[in-house]
Write a protein that binds this ligand. Structure first.
Ligand code: NAD
Ligand code: PRE
Length: 363
């Protein structure tokens, strides 16, 4: 029997619990500061056992997931390291920033247990266990940030458990994660909130602003309804990255002001054209925009049936392909195919096989 302890059974923790609960050989224990939340998660069947203390949840656990706001991760890390944990226990988290908690853990962790930071790139503006769903992570990227001191065995064990989320695991350096996620998640939240507050200010003098706010405003501002506690912690934690991003953002806004001032229609057209082209390349059916690390690119000659041949070749060798995408396909140039795999093992096996069949493979 494996015991999984979820600390903070809200949207993210509750969704993880739902992925693991009822799976063969797994028991899910939950702890939350709010007895009401914990009671709800037990009633909803999200966890097997509700624990009234952190120590009770952590005792004998094989995996502990910290699913609390970023600002209290270090506090819980300390508390966990003061309790008796099972030898080989893996502590992970789902916090939206990774550099500080990874560094904090690295400086304190004892050899008997492991910390591997995590961040599923999925979520919503809602919070609490009512919003939890077993499919929340499906097809999303799930970042893990092990470092050079993380034993391979522990990393593999965590990846194995996370297969139940049906997410695509990507391994990223913690600082690199914070830079990219600062740009693709934290900055957009700041922009959405600032925009809503600007319009709310106009609406105070003329209520027609709110009435006429239609699809466009709703689409770009859904994320402005995120939980203030959670976002305060994230933004403060990643503030050095965000300050740099906001300076860049000011530049983008200033560029538009210049284009408008000079009446530069071509310039405006080009801005929209460039944005549309990039946006159309965002991964489909996925909930984040971090580049998959399990992608390979192959040059393919321009002849009919080539995609089928490659898919069949991989299929015959039981290598699971999660996506196939034609990047370039013109009569006068060789095509480029992007093959995506769910994990490193499949990707490595595919590279070996394709090279054996004389394909030119690039990572
Ligand atoms: N919401 C998202 O879209 C999203 C996505 C990815 C990662 N995250 C990260 O996941 C973490 C949890 O976010 P969430 O959206 O699940 O929030 P949530 O509010 O839905 O859940 C947090 C849970 O933690 C509990 N909690 C709060 N303080 C606690 C404490 N001191 N001790 C024990 N439990 C405590 C709350 O009662 C709640 O049940 C955050 O670190 C956040 O950055 C959120
Ligand atoms: O979809 C949303 O509502 C989210 O805000 C999810 C989102 C994101 O920005 O993509 C928000 C915070 C996370 O840490 C990860 C994902």
């Amino acid at each position: 029997m494996s015991k999984v302890a979820i600390i903070g059974v809200g949207l993210m923790g509750g969704s993880l619990a739902l992925c693991f609960k009822g799976k063969p050989g797994i028991r899910v224990a939950g702890y939350d500061i709010s007895p009401a939340e914990l009671e709800k998660s037990l009633k909803r069947g999200v966890i097997d056992t509700a624990c009234s203390t952190l120590e009770e949840a952590a005792a004998d656990a094989d995996f502990i997931f910290l699913c609390v706001p970023v600002g209290i991760l270090e506090y819980y890390m300390d508390k966990l390291l003061q309790t008796t944990l099972k030898e080989g226990c893996i502590i992970s988290d789902v916090g939206s920033t990774k550099a500080s908690i990874s560094k904090y853990a690295r400086n304190r962790i004892t050899p008997a247990v492991h910390f591997i930071g995590g961040h599923p790139m999925a979520g919503s503006e809602r919070s609490g266990v009512e919003a939890a769903a077993s499919h929340l992570y499906e097809n999303a990227f799930y970042v893990l940030t092990p470092d050079e001191s993380t034993p391979r065995e522990a990393y593999d064990r965590l990846v194995q458990l996370l297969q139940y989320t049906k997410a695509q695991i990507v391994r990223v350096d913690a600082k690199h994660h914070d830079e990219i996620v600062g740009a693709v998640s934290h900055l957009p939240h700041v922009i959405a909130v600032a925009l809503v507050n600007q319009i709310a200010r106009y609406n105070e003098r003329d209520g027609l602003y709110r009435s006429l706010a239609a699809g466009g405003f709703r689409d770009i501002t859904r994320i402005a309804s995120g939980h203030p506690d959670m976002w305060r912690d994230i933004l403060l934690n990643n503030r050095h990255v965000l300050l740099r991003l906001l300076r860049d953002w000011n530049g983008e806004v200033a560029k538009f002001a210049d284009l408008l001032e000079s009446g530069d229609g071509d310039g405006i057209f080009k801005e929209f054209e460039r944005a549309g082209a990039f946006r159309s390349q965002l991964p489909e059916r996925r909930k984040g925009v971090i580049t998959a690390l399990f992608d390979v690119y192959i040059d393919v000659p321009d002849h009919p049936g080539i995609i089928g041949q490659i898919a069949t070749l991989l299929g015959n060798h039981r290598i699971n392909l999660s996506n196939i995408h034609i990047i370039e396909s013109r009569a006068d140039v060789p095509g480029v195919l992007r093959l995506s795999f769910r994990n490193e093992t499949d990707m490595d096996a595919a590279i070996e096989l394709l090279k054996l069949h004389d394909y030119s493979v690039q990572l």
